[in-house]
Ligand binder design. Structure first.
Ligand code: FES
Ligand code: FE2
Length: 361
């Protein structure tokens, strides 16, 4: 394990959508700079193993699934779903410890989550809880994008609603006014991240929303509640209520439409990221045109982010000494970096302690 202090190891990471593994497909994907192969065994169980044969380093993702096991197609060694070697063609004796590393997996919400750190600490209760992802009242389409940028730059981007106005004026934001006229109600600083709520009253529907509704010019009261969690999970609940009818006081205004948005930033390397997302709607859920339109609008929006974030990464690469400067709008993202820093430090302390213990025994 490349314990470089950069990544949080003891955490669940979204690693793949379940649909990527249908029909016996193997996915070779690097997570926290570790090449891993994912597949679904015959029993239905999802397996994640180091994508490197312990014999002579052939990628297991070039191998063959046999039941729940996998065979390296170089010299034929076979590994079970835990990574243990169970067959060496032409050799009777198999050293009991021979094998490759296997990783704990949880499948939930159509996502495959992987635990990269100490397997004995892999508590399945720690997998993020976001029921809309498998609630039939909500409809969406799973998405994936690859970013050539450190995951924290994407976290920063999502932590900051101010950019909606400038980066996404014609897609997700709607107007530059959004940056001036809206204020976060409060940034709630939490141990594992933050929660922020933002209202924009009596506004025009933003372009992506306008595309999927009939009453395109009716003013709306817009509320966004964002929740960011370590290591890089963003949940956004959006509500668009007919304006001026008390939505901000908790009135259930007829004609309100809502969205639920989950985004998972999983480091591939220190300078590239897997981005899994789903944007769900609660209205006209049986109209696939709406689901598709939203999917395309969001993708268009994310591509606007991607362009600027990947360009940022290049600037950082060119001058590693460059120091960012915080403005007031950065309160949430600064807190997130602090919260992650606390976790990283705790993990480092635990590692040093267990290392010292091992050395003493
Ligand atoms: S490299 Fe896998 S069996 Fe030889
Ligand atoms: Fe954005």
């Amino acid at each position: 394990m490349a314990e470089n202090g950069m990544f949080l190891w003891n955490s669940w990471y979204a690693a793949a959508w379940a649909h990527e593994l249908i029909d016996g497909k193997m996915v070779a994907r690097t997570i926290l700079e570790q090449p891993i192969v994912f597949y679904r065994g015959e029993s239905g169980k999802v397996v994640a193993l180091d994508d490197r044969c312990c014999h002579r380093a052939a990628p297991l993702s070039m191998g063959r699934i046999e039941g729940d096991d996998i065979r390296c197609m170089y010299h034929g060694m076979k590994f079970d779903s835990s990574g243990k070697c169970i067959q060496i063609p032409g050799q009777e004796m198999i050293p009991p410890k021979l094998g490759v590393k296997g990783y704990p997996i949880v499948e939930r919400y159509g996502l495959i989550f992987i635990w990269m750190g100490d397997a004995t600490a892999a508590d399945t209760n720690l997998v993020v809880d976001y029921p809309p992802l498998d609630d039939p009242k909500w409809r969406g389409l799973p998405g994936y994008m690859h970013y050539k940028a450190n995951w924290l730059l994407i976290v920063d981007n999502l932590s900051d609603f101010a950019h909606l106005a400038f980066v996404h004026t014609n897609t997700l934001g709607g107007s530059e006014e959004y940056a001036y006229k809206t204020k976060p109600v409060a940034v709630e600083r939490l141990d594992d991240g933050f929660r922020v709520e933002r209202w924009h009253m009596d506004a025009d529907p933003p372009p992506y929303h306008r595309k999927v509704i009939a009453n395109k010019t009716d003013k709306i009261d817009r509320r966004n509640i964002g929740r960011m969690m370590v290591p890089g999970i963003f949940l956004l609940d959006s509500m668009f209520a007919p304006a001026g009818q008390g939505a901000e006081k908790g009135v259930q205004v007829p004609g309100t439409r809502q969205y639920r948005n989950a985004q998972f930033m999983t480091p591939e390397t220190r300078s590239s990221t897997h981005f899994f997302w789903n944007y769900l709607h609660d209205f006209d859920i049986d109209n696939p045109n709406i689901t598709l339109s939203l999917r395309h609008s969001l993708e268009e929006g994310f591509n606007e982010d991607k362009a600027i974030i990947e360009a940022q990464q290049k600037v950082f690469d060119a001058d590693p000494d460059y120091q960012m400067l915080a403005i007031r709008a950065d309160a949430a993202l600064s807190h997130f970096r602090w919260a992650l820093g606390q976790r990283l430090a705790a993990e480092k302390t635990a590692r040093t302690a267990s290392g010292a213990q091992a050395a003493a025994s």
